[in-house]
Design a protein around this ligand. Structure first.
Ligand code: ADP
Ligand code: MG
Length: 337
């Protein structure tokens, strides 16, 4: 019996002596592009990138071992991504799906991102079909469960979440060659979730922690985001953004790179308003693409912040970091006129 070839095993296994060229396997897989892109496009995240390279090596060796007949079991690839909001978990999960696909571990490579509400029904009998429907969509790819701990309610053992958990655990065990589950959320809540659900913990092969970004990293993230949209910060605007970041971090609902993205969205809005209201004749490309100091400094972050009265009522609980616009209300159309 010859060695079994995995995935699109591009002839990296030499049938004659049973040797496998890891480098050739790596090059043929296309994993290199993903890893290089990850390095290039994502600012910081050094420990995350390191872990992903380690996992890639492990999977490559595992593939080589399969090619020479040393291993037969599908490895467990389920993961947990823990970290605060806006630290890149969802972004990296998409890259991970692509990587696992290229390395031949999942058939299709799509990522299906869900939360409790997608999996758990409101009424008796609704949960199993909902969970199974999602699993069907995710098969052959990655199921990304954001804030996975909401599946479990310790105060209510009759909660329908439990039913979903049981189905998920079974599929994670029995169909692991066809589905990778990534559980994401805050580190402390995930810890608590794993203690209460040891079945999940034992099925997770890789725990990856996403650190908060430092101020300089957030500034570089801002630059990369703007570059992609053909915008730039004037020098004074960049100084203002540095101050913004330091202030914003200390205010409620700070969400790392997402707060930066939101801040830039609003800065572009203000720039557009400024250009339009100035009504100063034809504008060149530089003027159309430069965010100025004023576009940053008009934020409420500079005037006492977002925690003030009137904000509290609309701001979501910290448990729901996706919900709130994480900064000031839109500019009052009547103001300043
Ligand atoms: N390291 C990074 N470099 C560039 N952009 C980033 C980085 N991390 C996150 N972002 C951007 O910030 C936003 C929030 O990231 P996301 O992956 O949704 O975070 P999370 O899932 O942890 O809440 C996205 O627009 C993403 O592209
Ligand atoms: Mg996310």
């Amino acid at each position: 019996m010859g060695p079994e070839t995995v995935g699109g095993g591009a002839g990296a296994a030499d049938a004659a002596d049973g040797a496998v060229d890891l480098r050739a396997l790596y090059d043929a897989s296309g994993a290199r592009e993903i890893l290089e892109q990850l390095d290039r496009e994502l600012v910081g995240l050094v420990p995350v990138k390191r872990r992903i390279r380690e996992i890639s090596s492990l999977l490559l060796v595992e593939r080589a071992r399969r090619e020479v007949g040393l291993s037969h079991e599908a490895p467990t690839l389920h993961m947990s991504f823990t970290g605060n909001p806006g630290t890149g978990k969802t972004t990296v999960a998409h890259r991970m799906a692509d990587l696992l696909h290229r390395l031949g571990y999942i058939r299709r490579g799509q990522l299906v991102s869900v939360t409790r509400d997608d999996l758990v029904g409101q009424y008796i009998g609704h949960t199993a079909p909902k969970t199974k429907e999602i699993l069907k969509k995710a098969m052959g790819g990655v199921l990304f469960i954001d804030e996975a701990y909401y599946l479990y309610r310790s105060e209510n053992e009759r909660d329908y979440g439990q039913e979903s958990i049981e189905i998920l655990l079974q599929v994670m065990e029995n169909q692991r060659e066809d589905l990778v589950v990534i559980l994401a959320g805050y580190a402390d809540r995930m810890d608590h979730f794993f203690s209460a659900n040891p079945g999940f913990r034992s099925r997770i092969a890789h725990h990856i922690e996403f650190p908060d970004y430092r101020d300089e990293e957030l500034i570089s993230i801002a630059r990369t985001m703007l570059e992609r949209q053909n915008y730039r910060l004037s020098e004074a605007a960049e100084d203002a953004l540095q101050e913004y970041v330091a202030l914003r971090r200390a205010q409620p609902h700070f969400a790392n790179a997402r707060s930066i993205r939101n801040a830039l969205d609003r800065a572009r809005l203000r720039q557009a308003n400024r250009l339009f209201q100035a009504d100063a004749g034809p504008l060149n490309a530089a003027e159309l693409s430069t965010l100025d100091e004023a576009d940053i400094r008009a934020s409420r972050v500079f005037s006492g912040g977002l925690g003030g009265a009137g904000r509290e009522a609309t701001a979501a609980a910290p448990a729901d970091p996706e919900a709130p616009p994480d900064s000031e209300a839109p500019p009052d159309p009547g103001a300043g006129s």
